[in-house]
Write a protein that binds this ligand. Structure first.
Ligand code: RP5
Length: 179
């Protein structure tokens, strides 16, 4: 069953272990991959098992329904969905599964990604999609970690360490600039 959602391409990180995936990273097209890979890299960094695949809302509607319907029972805890243009993938997934869905607006060849941003962020009443900035797959990964960290001390601790790392990085730059 899980093989149907085999990752593309294989990740060098720990996310693609034999463990049951907790996060589904999906995208409308392989052309979205450069934007979505940073989400996968974050999940690797936090040792969170995930699956990564293509699900297109308009080109593979049956696959979309099957993916979203089975997501929770297969063990997923959250879904990150990226798409460009009239980006209905995250909203459709959120309509079918009760899991939290994070939408990544992908910048296409026109309208600078604002079309995708509006499509994802402007979900009507009742079906929320947590939307990150245009092309910001990394933040989608980080938000997924935060969602999973509720009640998980290991992840809270590692996220705190990550934030400390960001702070140190900036303070190091301040130091170099001022001295
Ligand atoms: C959307 O259309 C995809 O999410 C992608 O961002 C965009 C273009 O897809 P391709 O024409 O590159 O396959 O469905």
């Amino acid at each position: 069953e899980l093989d149907k959602y085999a990752p593309v391409p294989p990740s060098p990180g720990s996310g693609h272990s034999n463990k049951t995936p907790l996060v589904g990273v999906i995208m409308g097209s392989d052309s979205d991959l450069p934007v979505m890979l940073p989400a996968a890299r974050i999940l690797d960094k936090f040792n969170i098992p995930y699956e990564l695949t293509i699900v297109s809302a308009h080109r593979t509607p049956d696959r979309l329904v099957e993916y979203a319907r089975s997501a929770s029972s297969r063990g997923l805890r959250t879904v990150i969905a990226g798409a460009g243009g009239a980006a209905h993938l995250p909203g459709m997934v959120a309509a079918i599964t009760a899991l939290p869905v994070i939408g990544v607006p992908v910048k296409g060849s026109s309208l600078d990604g604002v079309d995708s941003l509006h499509s994802i962020v402007q979900m009507p009443r009742g079906i929320p999609v947590a939307t990150v900035a245009i092309n910001n797959g990394m933040n989608a990964g980080l938000l997924a970690v935060r969602i999973l960290s509720a009640g998980q001390p290991r992840l809270i601790h590692e996220m705190d360490a990550y934030l400390n790392g960001l702070e140190k990085e900036v303070l190091g730059k301040v130091e170099r600039l001022e001295n």
